[in-house]
Design a protein around this ligand. Structure first.
Ligand code: AMP
Length: 416
């Protein structure tokens, strides 16, 4: 029997890992500029945590969680609930009234795998706890946009407001009345959503349902005064920061805890998996999970797999990373033996260096150097060995020079 990775679980091979690291490094840099600090939580949590926060009637909790039923624990399907559990458990609100935190790590959802949709996937999450102001909403979206720009990915920002427990019930009632007349034309999932979570009918991806809800009432026309003012504030703050966005009255997001501002970053390049990231405000969640009252929250998550796929679409970006500074080509056993300690000394000096130990031809060793994107090749043949010299080839310019076969001479010649 051939052993293979599970369906929806993917190995990230060395050819791709550097792209992952690039994204993670950019994220750490950008998040740091906004004073976000990293937090790491366990992957396994009590099932109740997710049922109480994400919502019993959501797709995630209903059918996508990896749970150990006999132990009452679940592998996290998202990070916000765990982060708030840690925030409350460690009293992180005590010393900093505003906490800005980020998480990078794997999440698990039992979804049907396809391009851009896995069962183990990875997210970059950033969350602000303890800040109400619309400026914070705009700043969080601006930070996400800055990260995408720095990585070199172009997507569009779509935004909506989901109102609050004051105004949403009125909208919900209007929506139910609207859907009542169209029930026969909705898909089976939406028929079910109609009674459990009618707002989710609005973001059904099926063409039939989309046509039915085209003229549905907009929540933006049904916000209470506070929510309306907050949303107007967010919009003008985004404009102040020069962040472009469009409104999407159909966006409801798949998790129950969201209120007011919600947003998604959308691409046309990944087929049906068009959301690269998304997030929103969750002002009641801390209290709902047993924390102090009235601590608001807002955050977002990007899917790293989808960011990597977008980078790979840009051919230039997907080229192999430069793995080596120098490849040392010793031609013949004697030359290889002489190069061996030199390679080690160059590595001690901080350079990334490799050599061949299998007596391969110069042509084959040059191929290896090329494949690794080496900046330079040091060539030592019989003649060079006799005179204690080496040839240094600059792989970018193809220029060659002769130099002494020692660490200092090599380092000087490559300017380091
Ligand atoms: P969510 O937590 O559902 O709001 O998702 C936030 C982001 O995580 C999405 O926009 C995707 O980029 C990514 N994501 C969610 N589910 C998956 C999945 N099953 N596979 C890959 N990426 C995912």
């Amino acid at each position: 029997m051939k052993l293979k990775a599970l369906n929806g679980f993917k190995d990230i091979l060395p050819e791709d890992v550097w792209l992952w690291r690039r994204i993670e490094t950019e994220a750490r840099d950008v998040f740091g500029r906004f004073q976000f600090r990293e937090i790491r939580m366990p992957i396994l949590e009590k099932t109740e945590l997710f049922a109480r926060s994400i919502g019993e009637a959501t797709d995630i909790v209903e059918k996508e969680m990896y749970s150990f039923v006999d132990k009452g624990v679940t592998m996290r399907p998202e990070a916000t609930a765990s982060l708030i559990r840690a925030y409350i458990e460690h009293g992180l609100y005590i010393h900093r009234p505003v906490q800005k935190l980020f998480v990078i790590g794997p999440m698990f959802r039992h979804e049907r795998p396809q391009k851009g949709r896995l069962r183990q996937f990875h997210q970059l999450n950033a969350e602000v706890l303890g800040a109400h102001h619309p400026r914070v909403d705009a700043e969080v979206m601006a930070m996400a946009a800055m990260l995408l720009e720095n990585i070199g990915i172009e997507v569009r920002l779509e935004m909506n407001s989901l109102g609050c427990p004051e105004c949403r019930p009125t909208f919900r009632a209007k929506l139910i009345a609207f859907l009542d007349e169209r029930m026969d034309h909705l898909c089976d999932d939406c028929k079910r959503r109609y009674s459990t979570n009618p707002l989710r009918v609005l973001d059904c991806k099926k063409t039939g349902c989309r046509e039915q809800v085209e003229d549905a009432p907009s929540i933006l026309d049904n916000l209470c005064t506070e929510c309306d003012e907050h949303f107007t504030g967010v919009r003008s703050n985004l404009e102040q920061l020069g962040v472009k966005y469009s409104l999407n009255k159909f966006m409801v997001r798949g998790l129950d805890y969201y209120c007011r501002t919600t947003f998604e970053f959308i691409t046309n390049d990944l087929g049906s998996q068009s959301a690269v990231g998304g997030g929103g405000r969750y002002d009641g969640l801390v209290e709902q999970l047993g924390g102090p009252k009235k601590i608001p929250g807002i955050g977002f998550a990007f899917g790293i797999e989808r960011l990597v796929l977008l980078l790979q679409l840009k051919k230039k970006e997907a080229q192999n990373q430069q793995e080596l500074d120098i490849f040392v080509a010793g031609l013949g056993e004697e030359a290889a033996a002489a190069c061996y300690p030199l390679v080690h000394e160059l590595r001690k000096g901080g350079l990334r260096v490799a050599m061949d130990h299998e007596g391969r031809s110069l042509k084959s060793q040059m191929k290896q150097a090329n494949k690794a994107g080496s900046g330079f090749v040091v060539i030592v043949g019989d003649e060079e060995l006799k005179s204690g010299e080496a040839i240094l080839r600059n792989m970018a310019t193809q220029e060659q020079q002769t130099l002494q076969l020692n660490v200092d001479a090599v380092k000087k010649a490559i300017n380091c």
